[in-house]
Design a protein around this ligand. Sequence first.
Ligand code: ZN
Length: 130
Amino acid sequence: MGNALKTQDLANYRRILMSLRARLCGDLDRMTDEALRRESGAGGGGGGHSTMPLHMADLGTENYDQEFTLGLIENEQLTLELIHEALERMERGKYGQCAECGTSIARPRLQAIPYARHCIRCARMLEGGE
Ligand SMILES: [Zn+2]
């Protein structure tokens, strides 16, 4: 079935992971900054311009609250960790293998989630089914 990843595929996923990581790092910096500023800048009566990341801009400033930002930061940190792990697995030549059962993770899944740690079956099992 040719499910094994070729060197070229690996290089491709590596590039995707690296750019994802770079983007997430940038987002995290901006969001942490924003959240901290809001925390310490109470009583100012709302700042002037906003430095929100692009993808949050359409949520509107009014219903944008700190808790939401912190949730996002947590989420992105988790994703960052998964990306780190994926890159590490790549170094060890284990990329694309399920951490649970060792089978190859299906290619469409890797394309959707390049930092996926488990095959779809194990992921469903571990997450209690989605
Ligand atoms: Zn598995």
